[in-house]
Design a protein around this ligand. Structure first.
Ligand SMILES: C[S@@+](CC[C@H](N)C(=O)[O-])C[C@H]1O[C@@H](n2cnc3c(N)ncnc32)[C@H](O)[C@@H]1O
Length: 237
């Protein structure tokens, strides 16, 4: 399905309030472990500056902040309501040296070679131009810095894949309708139906790896997690 920027924005504005709960529920509590792998692939250390692109409610940005200590962390997203949740968490945490900014992943408002690492969680499926998003992340990372992404993928094992297909394409929208109330967005399908559908035309792992290489990144690779239901991708500038 064609997903125009305004439609995607509206989807996330609609589900922002329940997003974190739903994420944990839908990933059976495995999400934190997957995010740990993302963090370890960033090679971030104390004092570094870092960027989480399509940060949503800020979960990965907060994990980066725990690693970089006094270093500065930015989270960027185009959904006002997702950023509102991120900023509420920031105010509650009392942390300084963190900033959530509204912007477009395909046109990052940062200079070249700014960050030690840039991450992207579960949003490659949502952007209009995946290669452009990865090349923008590569652009703002310093020489030697890491670009690390995680997104949903289809398990390769046929048994897991069959289970995944029912779970992801049938059960997730069903569960999601408790949140999005099955309400159409801008006359199109409801948010959680679209979130599941956005995997249908999503490129496979090798294609995504090739986008990392096309962005000039080195040592590109990926690793499946959750029996292949998600994949972590990385490359070094
Ligand atoms: C599935 S959520 C992931 C949020 C967060 N990264 C996480 O791991 O929980 C996808 C996010 O990408 C954002 N997004 C999608 N396209 C974007 C774009 N072109 N520019 C900025 N944010 C975008 C959405 O607003 C949403 O918050």
């Amino acid at each position: 399905m064609e997903h125009k920027k305004e439609y995607v924005q509206e989807c996330f504005n609609t589900i922002a309030g329940e997003y974190d709960h739903m994420n944990n529920l839908m990933t059976w509590g495995m999400l934190k472990g997957w995010q740990k792998l993302v963090m370890s692939k960033t090679n971030l250390k104390n004092g570094d500056s870092a960027l989480d692109v399509c940060c949503g409610t800020g979960e990965m940005a907060f994990q980066m902040k725990d690693i970089v200590g006094e270093g500065k962390v930015f989270g960027l997203d185009f959904s006002e309501n997702m950023l509102k949740v991120a900023n509420e968490k920031l105010a509650q945490s009392g942390k300084t040296g963190m900033e959530f900014v509204q912007g477009d992943a395909m046109n990052l408002p940062f200079a070249d070679n700014t960050f030690a690492a840039a991450t992207n969680g579960f949003a490659l499926r949502n952007v209009l131009d995946i290669p452009k998003t990865i090349s923008e992340m590569a652009r703002v990372v310093k020489e030697g810095g890491m670009v690390v992404c995680i997104d949903v993928s289809r398990p390769k094992n046929p048994i897991f894949r069959a289970f995944f297909n029912v779970y992801y394409f049938k059960f997730v929208p069903f569960l999601g309708h408790l949140v999005d109330k099955n309400k159409n967005i801008a006359g199109k399908i409801p948010a959680y139906t679209w979130l599941a559908e956005s995997l249908r035309n999503f490129p496979n792992q090798d294609t995504i790896k090739s986008y990392f290489e096309a962005a000039g990144l080195k040592d590109c690779d990926y690793k499946g997690v959750g029996f292949g239901a998600a994949t972590v991708y990385w490359g070094r500038k």
